[in-house]
Design a binder for this molecule. Sequence first.
Ligand code: ARG
Length: 412
Amino acid sequence: MSYKKIVVAYSGGLDTSVMVHWLKNKYDAELITVTGNLGQKDELENLEEKAKLTGASKSYILDLQKEFITEYVWKALKAGALYEGQYPMATAIGRPLLVKLMVDIALAEGADTIAHGCTGKGNDQVRFEVGIQTLAPHLKILAPLRIWEFKSREEEIDYALEHKIPIKIKKASPYSIDENLWGIAVECGVLEDPTVQPPADAYQITSSPKDAPDKAESISIEFVKGIPVSLNRKPLPAVDLVKELNVIGGKHGIGRMDLIENRVVGIKSREVYEAPAAVILHTAHKELEKLILDKETFRFKQGVSDKVANLIYDGLWFSPLFDSLMAFVDSTQENISGSVTLEFYKGNITVLSRSSLFSLYNKDLATYTIEDKFDHKAAEGFLALYGLPYKTLSLVKAANTPSETKAHEVAH
Ligand code: ARG
C-alpha cells in the first residue's frame, strides 16, 4: 500500500514523536501533524517546531476546549451518560472531536491517509478508526503501534536518541495518563494488579479525602435546558465553569474512582479516574431531573443513558442511533432549568437543595400534615384495578394446585 500525504494525530509525547519519524522513514510520505488542545496539561509550546524537526512539513495545533465542552461534553451530560454506571468518559468523549478535526484537515489538505498512535488492544483505536471510516470512508488508516518493531518504551527511547528526535526524557512515569478538561484516566504500573490499592501518586488533580479540608463547602449550580450556566449565581463560560469545578471538587477529594471496566475488545482493565467537575455536574443534573421529569420519562431515560454511554464508549458517536437517542435526550431537557445546591466534604457530595420553576414536586400532594390535598379514597379503586392481574393469577394458581389432602386422597 502506498501513502502519499498522511495526517498524523500528534501529542508530542514519545509514541507520536517516534511515530512521525518512523512514518517518514518507512513511507517517505508528506506528513502533517495535528494536535487538539482539550485542556490537557501537556506542553503545547514548541510542538510545531518539534514536529517539523521530526519530519513533518506542516503542523496544526488547535484550541478545541470550548467546542469540546459545548458540543461534546454537554451532550453526554444531558444524556446522563456514565459508562457502566460510573466512568464519565473524558477520553471516550474527546476522541470523536479529534477524529472530526483530523478528517477536516485531511480533506482540506488533500491527504490520502490518517495515522494514529493507538495500540492494538485499547478502545481508542476503535474510536478513531470507526469515526474516520464513518466521516471519510475513502481515507486510508495507519496504526504504526500495531505494526512497528518496538517492544518497549526503552526501545522507542533508543530509536529517538539515535535519530535525534527531540523528546523530553522525563523521569519515566510509572503510569499511562490521558487527560482533558472532563477528567483524567490513569492506568498501568502497579495499578495493573487489581488487588493493590492505588498509591497516592496515581492521583494527579484531587486531594485524598483524608487530607481534604475539615470544613465543608457548598456551591450552587444553575442549569438552563440541561446545561450548566452559572456557579454560585455567577454566569460563567462553559470552559471556566468546568475548570473551576475541577479545582473546588479536587480540593475536597471529589471525583476519584478506582474501576474495573469492560473494554470494547473484551479485556477487563483497571483504571483510576479523577473527574471532579464531571461527577459534580452529573450529580446536580440528575437531581434536577428527579424534580422535573415525569415518572415514565425519568425511568425510560435511565435506559437511554446507559445505551448512550455504551455507544460513546464503543466508538459509535457518529452513528444514526446516537443521533436518534440524542434527539430524545434533547426533548427531555426542555424543562431542565433550575438550580441545585451541593455540599462537598471529604470526598462526598451531599445535595442540600434543589429548585425549579418546572418542578413537579407538589407539597400539597406529598405532605403528611393537615394540608394534605391528596384524595386517599381514590387509592381504593386504583388498587383494586392495579392489583387485579396478580389477584387473578393467584386465584387461578390455587385452583390448579391440588392441596396436600387432595393429593393424598388421589393416591388412595
Ligand atoms: N479506559 C478509558 C477509556 O477507554 C481511558 C483510556 C485512556 N487511558 C489511559 N490511561 N491512557 O475511555
